[in-house]
Design a protein around this ligand. Structure first.
Ligand code: DOR
Ligand code: ZN
Length: 351
C-alpha cells in the first residue's frame, strides 16, 4: 500500500530566486510555508555585489514574509571581475552571507555583470578558498559556437575542473546540474564539491519544451536535457549520496516576459516544490530517502545545523491555479492547471 502521508525534518532550499518588490511579496510566502531556510540568489538588477547590499536585501525579504514566519534567508554575493579580496573577507565575517555566486557573463537572467574570464576573479576566489566561503556556480560556458545542450559539459572541462585543481580547498556547489556528466564529475570529486538538483530537471526531459507546441513556461537555464540525463539525475538524487541536495531554482518572471518573442529563462515552482520532489522520490521507490536530500545533506554541506521542526505532506492530488497575481503582472506557476500528487495540510498553506 503506498504511503498516504510523510513527515520530514523541515527542508531547506539551497538555490532560490526571490526577486524584489511586488514579485518578492508574491513568491516569498510560498517558500516560507515549506522551507526553513533558502540560499537567496543575488541576480537582482543591479546585482547584490557587496555585503551591505546583501544585508539591505535580507531586510526587504524579512519584511515580505508573513508575521508568524521564522523562515531564514541565507544571503549570497554576486561575483564580478572586480570583486575584491577585501569584500570576500567582509563576507566571510558577515553573519548573514553564506556564499558567493559565479554567473559566467551572459549565461542567464541578469548575468551581464558576471565574470567574463575566471582568471579575473582569481583574487576573490583565492580568498574564498582561504576563508572557506563556498562558491556557487552556474556551470555553463557562454560562447555562441557551443551547442546549447553541451554548455554544462564544456564548462566542467574548461572551467570547473581546472579551477578545482588550482584551488583544491575551495568549497563549491555545482548548481542545478542537468547532465550525467555533472553527476559523474561530482561523484568523482573531493568531498568539498556538492550539487543542487531542481524539480524540473528531475521530472522533465527536453521533450517538455515542445509538447504539442513551444512551451515557454518549461524554459529554464540550464535548459532541460534528454531522458538519459534526467534518469542520471534521479539516480543521483535518490541514491542517498549526501553530495546531492535540494535546490529548486524557482525563478519567477511575469507572464508577458515568458510568453514573448525572446522569452526569459526561469520556472516558478515554489508553490509546490517539496511536493514535486516527493513525486520524484515516490516514483523512484525511494520516499524514505527524501528527507536526507531535502532536509539534511545541504545543511551538512554548508556546516549549518539541521532544522528542528517538521513538515507533513499528504498524498492528496490537487491543481495549482492557472495564474497567480504578481503586482500588476501575473505569474504562471509550474503544473498550472495540472495535478500535483502531494499536498501540505490545509492549516500550513495559502493555496
Ligand atoms: O532559468 C533560470 N532562471 N536560470 C538561471 O540561471 C537564472 C534564473 C533567473 O534568474 O530567472
Ligand atoms: Zn538560479
Amino acid at each position: 500500500m503506498p504511503a498516504m502521508q510523510i513527515t520530514l525534518t523541515r527542508p531547506d532550499d539551497w538555490h532560490l530566486h526571490l526577486r524584489d518588490g511586488a514579485a518578492l511579496a508574491t513568491v516569498a510566502p510560498f517558500t516560507a510555508e515549506r522551507f526553513g531556510r533558502a540560499i537567496i540568489m543575488p541576480n537582482l538588477n543591479p546585482p547584490v555585489t557587496a555585503v551591505d547590499e546583501a544585508e539591505a536585501y535580507r531586510g526587504r525579504i524579512l519584511q515580505a514574509l508573513p508575521d508568524n514566519s521564522d523562515f531564514e534567508p541565507l544571503m549570497t554575493l554576486y561575483l564580478t571581475d572586480r570583486t575584491s579580496a577585501d569584500e570576500i573577507a567582509r563576507a566571510a565575517e558577515a553573519p548573514h552571507v553564506h556564499a558567493v555566486k559565479l554567473y559566467p557573463a551572459g549565461a542567464t537572467t541578469n548575468s551581464e555583470s558576471g565574470v567574463t574570464d575566471i582568471a579575473r576573479a582569481m583574487p576573490a576566489l583565492e580568498k574564498m578558498a582561504e576563508l572557506d566561503l563556498p562558491l556557487l556556480v552556474h556551470g555553463e560556458v557562454t560562447r555562441a559556437e557551443i551547442d546549447m545542450f553541451d554548455r554544462e559539459q564544456v564548462f566542467i572541462e574548461e572551467v570547473l575542473a581546472p579551477l578545482l585543481e588550482r584551488l583544491p580547498a575551495l568549497r563549491v556547489v555545482f548548481e542545478h546540474i542537468t547532465t550525467a556528466a555533472a553527476v559523474d564529475f561530482v561523484r568523482a570529486s573531493s568531498h568539498r564539491i556538492g550539487a543542487t538538483i531542481t524539480p524540473q530537471h528531475l521530472l522533465y526531459n527536453r521533450n517538455a519544451l515542445f509538447s504539442g507546441g513551444l512551451r515557454p513556461h518549461m524554459f529554464c537555464l540550464p535548459v532541460l536535457k534528454r531522458e538519459r540525463h534526467r534518469a542520471a539525475l534521479v539516480e543521483a538524487a535518490t541514491s542517498g549520496n549526501p553530495r546531492f541536495f535540494l535546490g529548486t531554482d524557482s525563478a519567477p518572471h511575469p507572464r508577458h516576459a515568458k510568453e514573448s518573442d525572446c522569452g526569459c529563462a526561469g520556472i516558478f515552482s515554489a508553490h509546490c516544490a517539496i511536493e514535486l520532489y516527493a513525486e520524484v522520490f515516490e516514483q523512484a521507490g525511494a520516499l524514505e530517502r527524501l528527507e536526507g536530500f531535502a532536509s539534511h545533506f545541504g545543511a551538512d554541506f554548508y556546516g549549518l545545523p539541521r532544522n528542528q521542526g517538521t513538515i507533513t505532506l499528504r498524498r492528496e492530488p490537487w491543481q495549482p491555479p492557472a495564474t497567480l497575481p504578481m503586482g500588476e503582472d501575473t505569474l504562471v506557476p509550474l503544473r498550472a492547471g495540472e495535478t500535483v500528487a502531494w499536498r501540505l495540510p490545509r492549516e500550513a498553506r495559502a493555496l
